[in-house]
Structures are given as structure tokens and as C-alpha cells.
Ligand binder design. Sequence first.
Ligand code: SF4
Length: 350
Amino acid sequence: MNPRRMSKPIQIGRVTVGGNAPIVVQSMTKTDSRDVVATIRQIRELEECGCELVRVAVPDMEAAEAISPIKNGVSIPIIADIHFDYRLALMALKAGADGLRLNPGNIREPEKVKAVAYAAKERGVPIRIGVNAGSLPRSAKPQLTVAEQMVEAALEQIRLLESLDFDLIKVSLKAFDAPTTIEAYQSIAQKIPYPLHIGITEAGPPRTGIIRSTVGIGTLLYEGIGDTIRVSLTAHPREEVIAAYEILKSLNLRQHGPILVSCPSCGRAEVDIVKLAQAVEKELLKITKPLKVAVMGCVVNGPGEARDADIGIACGKARAVLFKKGKKIGVIEEKDFVVALIREIEDMNS
Ligand code: SF4
């Protein structure tokens, strides 16, 4: 795994993005941002599962003004997602947004970007230049690849902000397909010092979206690229946060809650491992400590993996051996598998 690319850290509210700060998990609300109560409720759900930054859509002035009461009801920083109208960015700043996302594909006039940059600078609020393959500027050069066009679009706006002495910059270059996204980030990572927000856009529903996102985000993180991530899914945003942590955990970049090791099951298993693993996985959502839990089907790899975990179960015929911190602590009956495992896990979590 490559060492992390060093970027110039920025501060979004109380959260640091870039530099040596942990890779930050973010998501986006799917409520109508003008509905303050529903939006606060959803952000609180995201906070509960560990989301660290949240973006809200700002389609009109009412949504921009709503940022103020929303901020009063939540504790994580809020980033206003702005398209088309720079005045929405100005209002979002007034309402207390901790960060802005501007799309260079639809807010291009230097005077308008300038007005936003001055107001953001006055408040110390960073701007993400959020390039999206689906909304590239019309001036993009068709002889370039999509990845190159995305990089060009970002560089153009970076130069404009830098000319205004504005450097609270974060950049994203998202495409629907992983190779284009990876190519774009690899290119820009060498050209600028700013932190990168990485993700695959419009990745789809969880089954396919998580795979597409993991390939794109995982490849970049393995190369040391990326300071904050969002897994975009057509699902409740809670799923995005859970998936983001799983990607970070699988690369040993963050610890967050337990890790479940479970065998895929096969003809040797004499209990229903799929059902057991699903039941344990559901219970683990409530656990906050980074425990390693193993659910194994038989004596082939079972005792080894179960012993290696903080808490593990190696099943046999209608019974299983329970291991805790490498030691066998008992034999349990099939009907007690989930209850006994969870009791031990909760004990270690407290
Ligand atoms: S641990 Fe046993 S049951 Fe599970 S996949 Fe391996 S051989 Fe099959």
C-alpha cells in the first residue's frame, strides 16, 4: 500500500480534512432540505452510525436559509451543495454552512465565483470544487478523455480561486465508472496540494453500488489518494456510512465498530451458517468497539479463525465451541448460538 499523499489540511467546522487527519466519512441527506425537522432527524441518524460530515442539497433560497435551524439541531458540520446559482452559496454562508460544494460545470462566470470566494474567505469556510463527469463545462475540450476534461475543469477553477488568494480548497472528480474516476484522481493528485474528496458518482443501489464504489475508492486509497470519502448509494444514507467504514476498515485505515469474519459455508457445515452470520451481523450494528468476531462452520478453519478473533464460534453438529481472546470458554447448543455470542460481545463492548 502506498503512503498517503500529503495534502494541505483544511477545517470544515470542527473536522479536519487532509494532512494527517483520519480519512473522513461523509454522506448526503436525501430529505427535502426545506423540511428542517426531517433533515435534522436524518442527520442525527447519520451521526449515530459515525458520519462525520454531511452535505445537504440547496436547490433554492428557502433551502439555503434552512441551514441555520438545521445546524442548531445537529452536531456534525454541514456542507451546502450548490449548483447553478451562486446566490444560493452566499445565502448558505450567511446561514452558517461549514463548507460549500460548487460545481464548475454550472457556476462558471469568474465574477460569481469571486463573490462566493470573498464571502467564504471572510468566514474561513472551505469550498469543494466538485467536478462531475455528467455535468462538465461546455467549454471542455472534446479531444481530451473524460478524465482529462474533469481535471481541466477543476484546475481552471482552482486557478481562479488561487488568483483571489483563496486556498481553503478541496477537490472531487467523480464519474460513474471506476477507471475514469481513478484516472482523474491519479492525475490531479500530482498537480495540486489540496485535499481530495473521493467517490464514484451515481453508483447505484447497494448491491452494485457498493462494489463499484469499493473498486474506485479502494483502489485510490490503496494508492494513498483520498482525504474524505462518500459512497453514493441509491439507498438510505446510513447505508453509505456503513459501506464507507467497511472500505476504510478493510484497508486498515480506520477502526469503527466490529469486524465480522464468517466462512461462506459449504457442504461440510452442519448448521445454518448463513442464517447465523446474518443474525450476528444485525446485532453487531449496535456494538461500537472494534472487536473481531468470527462465525465459522466447521473444524477445517473454524478453531483457527475463532481463536484468532476477540470472540469466535466454531460450529460442529448441533453444537459449537466458543472462543474468547484465543481461549476456549465453553460448548454451546445450536439454539443458544446467537444469544451466547451476543452476551459475550456485549460484555466486551462495555
Ligand atoms: S469453515 Fe468449514 S463449513 Fe466453513 S467454508 Fe470452511 S470448510 Fe466449509
